[in-house]
Write a protein that binds this ligand. Structure first.
Ligand SMILES: Cc1ncc(COP(=O)(O)O)c(C=O)c1O
Length: 386
């Protein structure tokens, strides 16, 4: 079956956070929050339809088929064997991160992250009253590298108890190499820092460096967060699986989730996860071809028409990290102008940490027609900036 990712689906007035949270702007092109404009894969739609037709939506439990789907996905897509006992459900990765921060750190402890990085890392750590410590990534012009010396200095602080790794990395699109992960792992082990690997973007990898699960380096001293939400564009169904081979960690995590009153999963989410991991590969393989073409189109458009902007070529995700520092205006002002003058909504770089100042993040998980419209709007505003 050939999926049509060119189809433009009207998402306005569907209570979409991405499309409907700026109601005052009618003619908006939203290229910000990380969900895609594509319809879910047919097997997912069929599974949800069947549940809907059944018509009874009581509390769900996780059947064996759920665990098998998760385990098989790891094996067939990522060549890694996990066990049922390693899996703990969570209604999303962010709730899991919050629970992990609470369960494994105390007030006054510090959490290490690699800036610029996903904004909710900052808010989740701050909301749980822990101190943020940044290991700034090194911008090499067309990519980012890890400053290992700085990482070790920060990790050696006794108050640093947790390191949240983003692999692949949002927003810079890096897929970390095995040797890089091994080095991070060795430093964390040496200094008694627990590694939490947020691998929500693991399935959206284009070429070059393949994704290496952190658990394949060290499944005992780590906790990995995964979800079909980004991969299959089902973030609203609120399903994630938290993976660790360390029984003590798993029990501690589950206990904390329970303490917050989080237990049964979403009835529709269970069906969607099983269908996605068992039957969603065809859709995903076609999606990756489409996203890569969108990425390449974006890169050539910027190179030809807006050479003052520099794009970091992402090897993963549908999020473009654009260096706007040559424009001579801050990214906050640029974001404001893009929205006010052109109705183009993007993410402002400094929300990913100070290291993101001067950058914007643009979501290209949309039809080519919307992408082109967004790029035209970007061009029209940037052209007016001397
Ligand atoms: C790295 C990363 N982690 C977590 C999330 C959100 O996870 P969830 O919706 O499962 O809480 C996102 C969403 O953009 C993300 O990019």
């Amino acid at each position: 079956m050939k999926y049509d990712f060119d189809e433009v689906i009207n998402r306005k007035n569907t209570n979409s956070f991405k499309w409907d949270s700026a109601k005052d702007k009618k003619d908006i092109v939203p290229m910000w929050v990380a969900d895609m404009d594509f319809k879910a894969a047919d097997p997912i739609l069929r599974a949800l339809e069947s549940k809907l037709q059944h018509g009874v939506f009581g509390y769900a439990h996780l059947p064996d088929a759920y665990y098998e789907a998760e385990i098989n996905w790891w094996r067939k897509r990522h060549d890694f064997q996990i066990a049922k006992e390693w899996i703990a459900f969570s209604p999303g990765v962010i709730p899991a991160l919050a629970a992990i921060i609470q369960a494994f750190t105390s007030q006054g402890d510090k959490v290490l992250i690699q800036a610029p990085v996903y904004n909710s890392f900052y808010t989740t750590i701050a909301n749980n009253r822990r101190e943020i410590v940044e290991n700034e990534l090194i911008n090499t012009g067309d990519s980012y590298e890890i400053d290992f010396e700085d990482f070790e200095t920060k990790a050696s602080d006794n108050a640093v108890k947790l390191f949240i790794l983003c692999n692949p990395h949002n927003p810079v699109g890096r897929v970390w190499r095995k040797d890089e992960l091994e080095r991070l792992s060795a430093i964390c082990q040496k200094h008694g820092v627990l590694v939490v690997a947020d691998e929500i973007h693991r399935d959206l990898v284009f070429e070059g460096q393949p994704y290496v699960p952190f658990a394949s380096i060290d499944a005992i001293n780590s906790i990995t967060c995964t979800s079909p939400s980004k991969t299959f564009n089902i973030a609203g169904l609120k399903m994630a699986n938290i993976i660790t081979a360390n029984k003590e960690y798993k029990d501690k995590f589950k206990k904390d989730l329970l303490m917050r009153g989080v237990h049964e999963p979403n009835t529709f989410g269970v069906e969607a996860l099983i269908a996605a991991y068992n039957k969603g590969e065809e859709w995903l393989d076609q999606l990756l071809v489409y996203l890569k073409a969108n990425r390449d189109y974006f890169l050539s458009y910027i190179q030809e028409k807006l050479p003052r902007l520099k794009v970091i070529t992402p090897h993963s995700t549908y999020l473009m990290w654009v260096d706007c520092r040559n424009l001579g205006i801050g990214s906050e002002e640029l974001s404001h102008r893009l929205f006010e003058e052109a109705g183009l909504r993007i993410n402002e770089g400094s929300t990913y940490g100070k290291a993101g100042d001067g950058f914007i993040r643009i979501n290209i998980g949309c039809s080519r027609a919307i992408l082109t419209e967004g790029l035209n709007r970007l061009e029209n505003v940037v052209k007016t900036i001397d």
